[in-house]
Design a protein around this ligand. Structure first.
Ligand code: UDP
Length: 330
């Protein structure tokens, strides 16, 4: 049996819960941690009661205390949707900055290897296309996304400082748009937004003229990339995403076809600082990890659609019910 113990923060979130599944499958003892601000216990409900899984309800922006040994830490706790950044900007900053600091300290204490979840947002609204790891980005620190982008840039910076100064064993994944089952239906991200609209019989809302591009990676591919990065010996940032790029307008048309609905596409104003283009250059991941995505958008979107279609009907009409009010004071 695998005797390794891993701490996964953001365990009740979309990516975190899939990572819990993956490391359970590897036979590791998994400690999932989440403050449940944007995560949902339903995502890990199937793991509770398993003797090799433990859940700790905790906010990593305060001191993190774990008893026993730890071999690995994955820091995946963070709001990850532009709507969240507006609703909980201070939490977004704190989890990327203070949370990362606490987890690096924990990794140092436990002599554990730590992988932090950075993002394509470190490239901001990129002037280089596709984005490779050597590009430093074009980020607006004071715009609405600044709280996320700058926290993640700080995350990378402090992680490298711990690596260089303390010799900590660190990994940095730059995660590009990822989708799949367990995304939050009403978090405003484009895939759940379009599928939710199609299922409710509403028009699909394309922001701007829809010429902005994104490159969507299916969650199973993303998890495999992260797993390989953790097991590699590479300390500098690695892009993990699917280079298959599409404009949001064309993507809306794909959704109409996929759902077999007859939805109209309507246009709404483009949110501030919405990046115009985003596509990972994954040469480094190919070379260092021997990794590339395997799941086509058609296949990945089919299983994602199936997941949303099978959710209880009332979920479709639920507004984001979370009360952020007193968690936003910092
Ligand atoms: N978008 C859209 N309609 C929606 C939601 C999002 O056209 O109902 C656009 C959004 O403006 C952005 C892209 O889809 O250009 C991806 O948005 P998302 O929030 O999923 O993630 P981002 O990559 O911007 O962080």
């Amino acid at each position: 049996m695998n005797k390794k113990r891993i701490l996964i923060t953001g365990a009740a979130g979309f990516l975190g819960s899939h990572l819990c599944d993956r490391f359970m499958k590897e036979g590791m003892y998994v400690i999932g941690m989440d403050n449940l601000i944007t995560g949902d216990l339903k995502n890990i409900g199937h793991l509770r009661g398993d003797a090799r899984f433990e859940f700790i309800h905790h906010d990593v922006t305060t001191y993190v205390d774990i008893s026993g040994d730890l071999d690995y830490i994955l820091h995946f706790a963070s709001p990850a949707s532009p709507i969240d950044y507006l609703k909980i900007p201070i939490q977004t900053l704190k989890v990327g900055a203070l949370g990362t600091h606490n987890l690096l300290g924990l990794a140092k204490n436990k002599k554990a290897r730590i992988l932090v979840a950075s993002t394509s947002e470190v490239y901001g609204d990129p002037l280089v296309h596709p984005q490779n790891e050597e590009y430093y980005g074009n980020v607006n620190p004071v715009g609405p996304r600044g709280v996320y982008d700058e926290a993640k840039r700080f995350m990378e910076s402090i992680t490298m400082a711990y690596h260089r100064f303390h010799g900590l064993d660190t990994r940095i994944a730059r995660i590009f748009n990822t989708y799949g089952p367990r995304m939050r239906l009403n978090d405003g991200r484009v895939i759940p937004a379009f599928i939710g609209q199609a299922l409710r019989g509403e028009d699909l809302t394309v922001f701007g003229d829809g010429s902005q591009t994104r490159s969507f990676c299916f969650v199973d591919d993303q998890v495999e990339g992260i797993y390989r990065l953790l097991m590699s010996d590479y300390h500098l940032p690695v892009n993990i995403g699917n280079p298959n790029e599409i404009s949001i307008r064309d993507f809306a048309e794909e959704i109409v076809k996929l759902t077999g609905t007859d939805q109209k596409i309507i246009y709404k104003p483009l949110p501030e600082d919405d990046p115009l283009q985003r596509q990972p250059d994954i040469s480094k991941a190919r070379e260092v990890l021997g990794w590339e995505p395997k799941v086509s958008r058609e296949e990945g979107m089919k299983s994602t659609y199936k997941y949303f279609k099978n959710l209880p009907k009332e979920e479709l009409y639920k507004k984001e019910h979370r009360d952020f009010s007193d968690r936003n004071r910092g």
